[in-house]
Design a protein around this ligand. Sequence first.
Ligand SMILES: NC(=O)c1ccc[n+]([C@@H]2O[C@H](COP(=O)([O-])OP(=O)(O)OC[C@H]3O[C@@H](n4cnc5c(N)ncnc54)[C@H](OP(=O)(O)O)[C@@H]3O)[C@@H](O)[C@H]2O)c1
Length: 330
Amino acid sequence: MTSYSPTASVKFNPDDLPYINPRYDRRVCLITGANSGIGWFTALHLYLHGYIVYIGGRNKLKVERAISDITKEAKRRKQEKSYIYLGKLIFLEIDLLDLDSVEKSAEEFKKREPKLHILINNAGIMALPFSYSKDNFEIQVQTNYISPFLLTQRLIPLMSTVEKSRILYVSSIGHNLYFKRFSMDSTFDYHPNIIFTWLRYGLSKTSGIHYIKNLSLKYPNILCLAVNPGFVMSTNLLSHWTRLPIVGLFFWIFFQIFGFFFGVDIETGCYSTIKCCLDENLTSEKDNGKYFSTYGIEAEPSSIASNMDYAAETWVWTTTELNKRGHPIE
Ligand SMILES: NC(=O)c1ccc[n+]([C@@H]2O[C@H](COP(=O)([O-])OP(=O)(O)OC[C@H]3O[C@@H](n4cnc5c(N)ncnc54)[C@H](OP(=O)(O)O)[C@@H]3O)[C@@H](O)[C@H]2O)c1
């Protein structure tokens, strides 16, 4: 079960965000990667706020266990709050390392729901060794950027008819590691992995911000936002490093110390996403394409991520590559 810290920060209170009663106001949300970490708490808060939450994941067992744990935790928290009407939690199969699975998942979702109010592209991987997916993309780029792009494009028709729909992309402060604009064809498959893997992560998260900026121009009525949760050192994201034989222990100690000084707990890590999902003061007219950091504080992404010429190049490259692989984007 995902651990959680009861000591959520006082700087942000999810109770200040509007609660709905799903019997009278049915609003649907899809979040990827909510069987652990930041996504787990994001799903918990949306469920507590009355949303019908689809959890997109590649492992049915893991997602079902998360649904059971979130339900228990929500019922515990609801006891103290009579104004809460719980939503619903539903599993949706999706493997972001397989573009056909992404297409299938979008089709399945469309069969079940005529409308989508909030889409949260949260699932991600970080700093893994170089490898290609079966679709011939570098794995971090596909998981963190290409598949969220494809999923979003397929689901936009369900969102454009919904008033005040929102698309969120969970980026990272790590997008800054993509410190220079390289060609989008660069795969950075050099050694040592411990250095170049961060460049691949930075590229994927910068591309996600580009995508949000492009969407905000193409779909001005949908509120499109990128978020950075902050440093959350106790999720599974770093498990490749902490599970390495012998040196894993040193990585674990280093991450714990780093997290103690600069990090936030997992629940606090979901606050930027929750705020961007539910805060009614954020509107597509004045906030579209923005980037919000820890606790939902508005921030500026890197100059590369903010550059609209680069964003346009990223769009052209992505649609070309998806077209080549038989996943046309209009
Ligand atoms: N933790 C941080 O400090 C931090 C900082 C900045 C940004 N972020 C971003 O926050 C997001 C959530 O990360 P987290 O820290 O909560 O890590 P986490 O606990 O590892 O959660 C990642 C989630 O993504 C899912 N996922 C990974 N690959 C997938 C695939 N191919 N198909 C479907 N789902 C997949 C995982 O599912 P499985 O269990 O099946 O692998 C898991 O549910 C990521 O996008 C990450 O880059 C995290």
